[in-house]
Design a protein around this ligand. Structure first.
Ligand code: PGA
Length: 252
């Protein structure tokens, strides 16, 4: 099996004013500078207001920066939106698309997510494409089918292991403190990888990173990140503290 280098990604969501956000970024950068041989890639995704400052704060450290969303168009009359091209121009390397909070709060469909991921690729960004079932869907026995169909609907045709990361985030585990068991996580990750193989071919599937997200914390990270098909994490709450984020990174 190909060894995939884990990606540990912090999704700060709508959190952080200048002082604490920049201190958090500088703290993560300092950890990586002190211990550059950590066995994972590190990414922070601050709110738009902090992107430029965070890019400066982590410069030269090896910590990558990403947006939490982008528009599907390059430019134009889209008040309040930010394009993938703008993110790339600023110095971002990644962008999260299709987070369940975007799908819920802004009614984003798979087609919208796919258009955003396509725009991210065109701008030279790595798209972190999020999928995941709700509790009602899990209880109804639809977990595999929902994740397969979201993947098929959200993944651009040009997706490769180099320009795309998948994040499996069961909606019931996000911000709830309720984490998927290792068995639950592994079985869905394996289903996602098999579906990816069916869509893009086994070579792409074997090399593509599939992150787990949903109440990932220092005390549960080790067993989840050790699973064969879990290639890192997308972390919300625990990414807001340098020590917690770093503890997760070092358990990868
Ligand atoms: P959480 O969020 O770690 O706070 O559950 C994860 C996410 O939504 O990316």
């Amino acid at each position: 099996m190909t060894k995939r280098r884990p990606l540990i990604a912090g999704n700060w969501k709508m959190n952080g004013l200048k002082a604490d956000g920049l201190a958090l970024a500088a703290g993560v950068a300092a950890k990586l500078k002190a211990e550059p041989n950590v066995a994972c890639d590190l990414l922070v995704c601050p709110p738009f207001t902090l992107l430029a400052g965070v890019i400066d704060a982590v410069a030269g450290s090896g910590v990558a920066v990403g947006g939490q969303d982008c528009h599907a168009k390059v430019s134009g009359a889209h008040t309040g939106d930010t394009s993938a091209t703008m993110l790339a121009d600023l110095g971002c390397k990644y962008v999260i698309v299709g987070h369940s909070e975007r799908r819920t709060d802004h009614g984003e469909s798979d087609a919208v997510v796919k258009a955003k991921a396509t725009a991210a690729h065109a701008a030279g960004l790595i798209a972190v494409v999020c999928i995941g079932e709700t509790l009602a869907q899990r209880d109804a026995g639809q977990t595999f089918e929902v994740n397969r169909s979201q993947l098929r609907g959200s993944l651009p045709e040009d997706a490769t292991a180099a320009n795309t990361v998948i994040a499996y985030e069961p909606v019931w585990a996000i911000g709830t403190g309720r984490v998927a068991t290792p068995a639950q996580a592994q079985e869905v990750h394996a289903v996602i990888r098999a579906e990816l193989a069916a869509i893009q071919g086994p070579a792409v599937a074997e090399r593509t990173r599939i992150l787990y997200g949903g109440s990932l914390k220092p005390d549960n990270a080790k067993e989840l990140l050790a699973l064969p098909d879990v290639d890192g994490g997308l972390i919300g709450g625990a990414a807001l503290k340098v020590e917690d984020f770093w503890a997760i990174a070092t358990s990868a």
